[in-house]
Write a protein that binds this ligand. Structure first.
Ligand SMILES: CO[C@H]1[C@H](O)[C@@H](O)[C@H](O)O[C@@H]1C(=O)O
Length: 707
């Protein structure tokens, strides 16, 4: 028995079976791939001071290459043939390398020929840059790229590339579908889970340089002395990997843990309390990043209680961390203080008047769209509307609205769509990416945040494919112009296999996946039809909840005649929050991109679409297409049996079965509901819903984690 278990473990390898090692799988490459690297990657030579970061970089490179090449690639003193040199600062001049444009995090990868020696050089100004360069070289080898004549310069476009954990101190994770929080507060600071190091490695490998450990629906306890000790222990583990730790600041903390009677940002005692708290944190964590704040939204405390603005609230915290070089990421996700005509308009209405009033170390962290991480939303109208304020991007990596852990939905195409969207605020080419990287308006700081999908499941993210979303977030934060398909291909090769046929199959599925989800959940610009509260499964009929915007009917506004939210002049006029050029396009029924049609217009069921179908027929078609796409993947995935390891093959196959079942559920329940309003039949050739509307309404949702 013992022998069997041992063989089982060693033979199949935890690495291969459960996804724990993410994309950092340094399994031996196939012979034909290995041979090309043989001469060039023999040993690692440090031409830099050996700091903790340099040590972890050298160890990663040595371990990685040794695994991939199936022979020891040691750190050595001597730069013989086939050396990889890690070079910082002064030493770069020996090799005639110009590091002047690399900033703190950028790096060069170069192949140099020195007499008969061929050298691979990784050079950077700072150790963190070196670490990023090491991971890039590893990636090239993992994906079988030719490295014989390297000439790569890479500099991140965004300064603060940060994960937001919506993790509570009791280890539940809001909107988390991958098990408990990895932050084990109970055992910290004395026990440092080895996972923290693997977490740091994974993040560093994709350029992430910050992590907010706690939920934006914040608990002030994390700011008390015992917790600061715990956070410091996590920060110590992250530091060698170039990752700064941040915390969420509960606005009422001065009352809850400080013994004050108010949290009014204009009160000197409150200001002094926060300044003292910041000093206390920085004494333990000298490189603490700063605070992330959700205020005056969904019941969170904030400055409005004291008739102060978001700017006054943010500035107070900004002043507290400024002497230490910290920042405040103040979220623009505010709603539900008043019953809105259009929730879409609230953040803009509250924040645009405050443009220019924030301290220079405040970033307004804005979700990609104005509502809430739907499968598709037009870009948030705040982008471009606050030229004097740095706006950070907030994407949601965890799939709250896209099928939790089981559904395959590769999100980079969705994020990229928003980053590439043109706001036209300074004429053509004023993309969202240029606003958040600070280049359009000349800002000093820039940030991109991703709401983490990480938990304590062995595979970290709840499914194999959800790892790709974590991976892609990092790559896009580094370079918002990166191609989603290229990112995905790197990920597939590193994570699953280098077999070109299999790579093509998996990549094809990934690249179709986001659109498939849009089709079977919310096609043509629909949004928020999900079950209320947990946000799982379809519930477009819900109408009785206490506030209008809690109900799906508020978002689709379907009736006998038509469907969609009129955000033009005849409706809420939310379009007016965009620049003139964009507003004109969105407001025009003929010009609005089809994918945003029902987001901006209420359209009659018989409206003729560009395809020649009526709107109703087009909706049916899209819902059906979504299901068909997912069904197709099941066959494609089955063709990979035996070509990737059994454990991961099975899990994905099972999850695709779930996704197909649920895609049908979405299609059928939504169509049954819309038919009950419009009285129309399905066009010929389309299967009717499998059950009656009442049956869908009565369906018990599987108990949903994470809300
Ligand atoms: C953390 O709260 C979340 C809430 O769970 C979620 O349903 C919604 O997406 O957004 C909120 C927010 O972004 O603050």
């Amino acid at each position: 028995m013992a022998v069997f278990l041992l063989l089982n473990f060693v033979g199949m390898g935890a690495r291969a079976e459960d996804g724990y090692w993410l994309w950092l799988r340094y399994d031996e490459l196939p012979q034909e791939m290995r041979s090309q690297y043989r001469g060039q990657l023999r040993q690692i030579v440090l031409e830099t001071e050996e700091t903790p970061t340099v040590s972890v970089a050298a160890r990663e490179l040595s371990d990685g290459l040794s695994g991939l090449l199936g022979r020891n690639v040691p750190v050595s003193d001597e730069g013989a043939r086939g050396a990889i040199l890690l070079v910082t600062g002064e030493a770069a001049s020996l090799y005639d390398l110009d590091l002047s444009d690399l900033g703190e995090d950028g790096y060069l990868l170069r192949t140099l020929t020195d007499g008969r020696r061929k050298l691979t050089v990784i050079a950077a100004n700072e150790d963190d840059g070196l670490l990023y360069g090491v991971f890039h070289l590893l990636r090239l080898v993992q994906t079988g790229e030719d490295i014989s004549d390297l000439n790569i310069t890479s500099v991140p476009r965004i300064d603060i590339r940060v994960l937001n954990h919506w993790d509570n101190l009791d280890r539940t994770v809001e909107r988390g579908y991958a098990g408990q929080s990895i932050w084990d507060w109970h055992k910290l600071p004395d026990y440092i889970d080895p996972r923290y190091t693997d977490y740091a490695r994974a993040n560093a490998s994709i350029g992430i340089n910050g992590t907010v450990l706690t939920n934006v629906n914040a608990n002030a306890t994390v700011l008390t002395p015992p917790y600061i000790e715990k956070v410091a222990a996590v920060a110590d583990t992250m530091r060698p990997y170039g990752i700064q730790v941040y915390l969420t600041a509960r606005f009422s903390a001065p009352i809850e843990i400080g013994g004050l009677e108010t949290a009014d940002p204009a009160d000197p005692a409150v200001q002094a309390w926060w300044a003292g708290k910041a000093d206390e944190i920085y004494r333990k964590i000298p490189d603490f990043g700063g605070f992330l704040v959700k205020a005056d939204s969904e019941g969170q405390p904030g400055p409005h209680t004291y008739h102060r603005t978001h700017a006054e609230g943010a500035n107070m915290l900004a002043d507290a961390v400024a002497p230490h070089g910290g920042v405040v990421m103040w979220r623009a996700f505010v709603y539900s203080e008043n019953n809105p005509v259009d929730r879409h308009m609230q953040a803009y209405d509250q924040f645009v008047p405050l443009d220019g009033k924030f301290r220079s170390n405040v970033i307004i962290q804005t979700k990609n769209g104005a509502i809430d991480f739907q499968p598709r939303e037009p870009f948030h109208p705040l982008f471009g509307a606050m030229p004097e304020t740095p706006l950070g991007m907030e994407f949601q990596i965890t799939k709250e609205y896209l099928g939790f852990a089981t559904h395959l939905a590769y999100l980079a195409p969705m994020w990229s769509e928003v980053l590439r969207a043109d706001t036209f605020v300074k004429g053509e080419g004023s993309t969202v990416a240029k606003i958040i990287d600070g280049s359009l308006e000349g800002h000093e700081i820039s940030a991109m945040a991703g709401v983490s999908n990480i938990g304590s499941d062995r595979n970290w993210t709840g499914s194999q494919f959800d790892q790709a979303n974590w991976y892609a977030f990092g790559r896009l934060a580094w370079d918002p112009a990166a191609e989603p398909a290229e990112i995905a291909e790197d990920w597939v090769r590193m994570t699953f296999t280098g077999d070109d046929g299999a790579v093509g199959t998996i990549l094809g599925m990934m690249m179709e996946s986001r659109e498939a989800v849009v089709n079977y959940m919310t096609p043509l610009g629909l949004g928020h039809l999900m079950g209320t509260g947990h946000h799982y499964g379809p519930a477009p009929w819900v109408s009785e909840l206490g506030r209008p915007e809690w109900n799906p009917v508020y978002y689709h506004k379907a009736d006998e005649d038509g469907i969609g939210f009129d955000r033009t002049k005849s409706g809420s006029n939310a379009v007016a929050q965009y620049s003139d050029a964009v507003a004109a396009e969105f407001a025009d029924l003929e010009a609005v991109p089809e994918e945003y049609l029902l987001w901006f217009h209420h359209v009659s069921w018989d409206y003729e679409m560009p395809s020649g179908r009526t709107l109703w027929e087009e909706l049916v078609h899209r819902y059906t297409e979504g299901v068909r796409t997912v069904s197709g993947w099941r066959g494609e995935w089955a063709s990979l049996e035996g070509r990737i390891d059994e454990g991961r093959y099975r899990q994905v196959a099972d999850f695709l079965r779930v996704q197909e079942k649920e895609a049908r559920w979405w299609r059928d329940a939504c169509l049954a509901y819309f038919m009950s309003l419009n009285g129309l039949d399905l066009p010929a050739g389309y299967a009717p819903p499998a059950r009656t509307l009442d049956e869908y309404k009565a369906m018990v949702f599987p108990s949903a984690p994470g809300n």
